[in-house]
Design a protein around this ligand. Sequence first.
Ligand code: HEM
Length: 140
Amino acid sequence: MAAQGIADAVQAYTGLSPAAAFTVGEITLEQLRAYDGKDPAKSILIAIRGQVYDVSRGRLFYGPQGPYSLFAGRDASRALALMSFDLNDLTGDLEGLSPDELEVLQDWEEKFKERYPVVGHLPGENGTAGAQPDHEAEKA
Ligand code: HEM
């Protein structure tokens, strides 16, 4: 997508790693699927509560051979809250979760924030759509 092209151009020009330059801005769940680690040239992305994390440096966890590859390119919110590997839980739908489960999710969110850069957000109220006018400009 366009953001990847820009990242590549920045890398070619500055010599900085793509990780330093890579952002996707607003990204749909469908677009997110392309970042599942199967293409080694692409970042691995995971969405949690509307935020999109670049977990590429956790490739051993999330890459195709990794124990948590099912989360790659997906919204892992519900799965993490429930500590579930059920594919049906790969969704941002938090309906019916208990306070304890929401706390588990929050702990995961904090861990991801410490370990991985946020490179984008999902559309809608869970994302931060509208809070980042620079991305509006990119879309035009
Ligand atoms: C038999 C059960 C499990 C074992 C033995 C296990 C083991 C581990 C170990 C050793 C780590 C590395 C910890 C670290 O880097 O500090 C880890 C990380 C992690 N585990 Fe598990 N785990 C298990 C179950 C689960 C389940 C059920 C989930 C979620 C559905 C899960 C999600 C994760 C995630 C998201 C990470 C963080 C990886 C990262 O740093 O990006 N694990 N696990």
